[in-house]
Design a binder for this molecule. Structure first.
Ligand SMILES: *Cc1c(COP(=O)(O)O)cnc(C)c1O
Length: 450
């Protein structure tokens, strides 16, 4: 069969509240043209982020009931540790309330003024935590990553030659670790090849540097390796994921992505002395080492989520859903970052609304257009998010796909809405900022239409 179906049926449903274009126009105006300020109940299809928006399985909900809420030595912690140990080979495992808590602990330990942390591309909270420690965060993506129509199969790879150059220039004493983000969120959810991970590991070993994985989307990355990297075609996803983790000295994970839960994170550290120091920091701000700022029920749901996410029928459906939406947009003439990544489609808003200059926020105009026309909530990643002092490389609109939450007909609706808006794109109007803070302004900025 050619049709790839959702590999689940639906046991509980959450009604979507339908609205008319006139109602949405009023809602958009009340939210001052910023979708972050629209109440979720007024959204038909919420593609703002894939983070923490997964639908849980019946087994995860059963785990919620089973959760052991003991302060110390919770059975739910041991269940989680068994699953994570089996998946990653790490034995030093800390739960945290989400990915950035793992990052904060790690960089408080290894960061600091004068240090430099290279990566294929840092996610924004990772960069913020590195910089908060006083260190510098450096991105070393391959050149193909910034060419939107280049169909390189592993656009998330690191430029290994650039890493060697950086190490020579900064000196190994100033580099506490090299990071690799899988998949590479910042470059559009693009995967990293195992060949590239191994080449980076080789450089790290030669210079005596630890390698840290930001493994939020490790399963999606492993699926891309299985389908695109000749040496690993048709190898079990679990084995590929294990090969990735085997290369790392430490791992930070937000379980709100491939953990298939609404809240949770992990910090894995090979070195025992460093792990002990991480335990002490965890206790200081997150909680005791067997719960790390989560309830026992959250640990159960997370344990089951990490079991389910490496299911190959799930991953096949997951990656196909993103590709399906991407292809429909391309067929309608909408330009996107190609090839589609693992968790989102990125629309090229400069191409979508060429009559709106960057100073009038074409990405925000497309985001507002999609909400008004169809109740779809997307996220601007362009001049609004970049802030007043930085010119972004591209004006993008991200349609992030929550895991297992929407069906194919929902994505048909999204594709139709994008295509229809594209035919009347000349009607889209630029925006002017009324009020905005200096940092992270996209969350709270208010706008008016020009
Ligand atoms: C979401 C994310 C994080 C941060 O995780 P939170 O759970 O949101 O704190 C870190 N790195 C990447 C690549 C992410 O996508």
């Amino acid at each position: 069969m050619k049709t790839i179906i959702e590999p689940f049926r639906i046991k509980a449903v959450e009604p979507i509240r339908m609205t008319t274009p006139a109602q949405r126009d009023a809602i958009l105006r009340a939210a001052k043209f910023n979708p972050f300020l629209i109440p979720a109940r007024d959204v038909l299809i919420d593609l703002l982020t894939d983070s923490g928006a997964s639908a849980m399985s019946s087994d995860q909900w059963a785990g919620i009931m089973r959760g052991d809420e003991s302060y110390a030595g919770s059975e739910s912690f041991f269940a989680l540790r068994r699953v994570v140990e089996d998946l990653t080979g790490f034995t030093n495992i800390l739960p945290t309330h989400q990915g950035r808590a793992s990052e904060r602990i790690l960089f408080e330990l290894i960061g600091g003024p004068g240090k430099v942390v290279p990566s294929n591309a840092h996610f924004d909270t990772t960069r913020a935590n590195i910089e908060h420690s006083g260190a510098r965060a450096i991105n070393l993506p391959i050149p193909q990553a910034s060419r939107p129509r280049d169909r390189h199969p592993f656009k998330g790879d690191m430029d290994v030659a650039a890493l060697e150059t950086l190490i020579r220039a900064e000196g190994t004493a100033n580099i506490p670790a090299v990071m690799m983000t899988v998949t590479n969120n910042t470059s559009g959810g693009q995967p990293v090849s195992l060949a590239n991970l191994r080449a980076v590991r080789e450089v790290c070993t030669r210079h005596g540097l630890p390698l840290i994985l930001d493994a939020c989307r490790f399963a999606e990355n492993a699926w891309f390796i299985r389908t695109r990297e000749p040496a690993f075609v048709d190898r079990p996803v679990r084995d590929i994921a294990r090969a990735m983790f085997d290369l790392a000295d430490g791992v930070t994970i937000s379980a709100k992505k491939d953990g298939l839960v609404n809240i949770g994170g992990l910090l894995l550290i090979r070195d025992h002395a460093l792990f002990q120091r991480a335990c002490n920091l965890l206790i200081l701000t997150e909680g005791f080492v067997t719960y790390g700022g989560l309830a026992g029920r959250d640990l159960e749901a997370m344990a089951q989520g990490f079991r389910e996410v490496v299911d190959e029928d799930y991953l096949s459906y997951r990656i196909r859903s993103v590709e399906y939406l991407g292809q429909k947009l391309l067929d309608a003439g909408v330009q996107i970052i190609e090839p589609p990544g693992g968790h989102a489609i990125y629309i090229d808003a400069a191409h979508f609304a060429p009559h709106i200059p960057p100073e009038q926020y074409p990405g925000q105009a497309v985001v507002c257009g999609l909400y008004r026309a169809a109740g779809i909530r997307a996220c601007e990643i362009g001049s609004v998010m970049a802030g007043p002092h930085r010119r972004p490389e591209m004006e993008l609109v991200r349609l992030a796909l929550p895991r297992r939450a929407y069906t194919q007909s929902h994505y048909d609706y999204v594709a139709e809405a994008c295509a229809e808006l594209f035919t009347r794109r000349r009607e889209l109007r630029g925006l002017r900022i009324l009020e905005a803070p200096d940092v992270l302004r996209h969350f709270t900025a208010t706008f008016e239409e020009l």
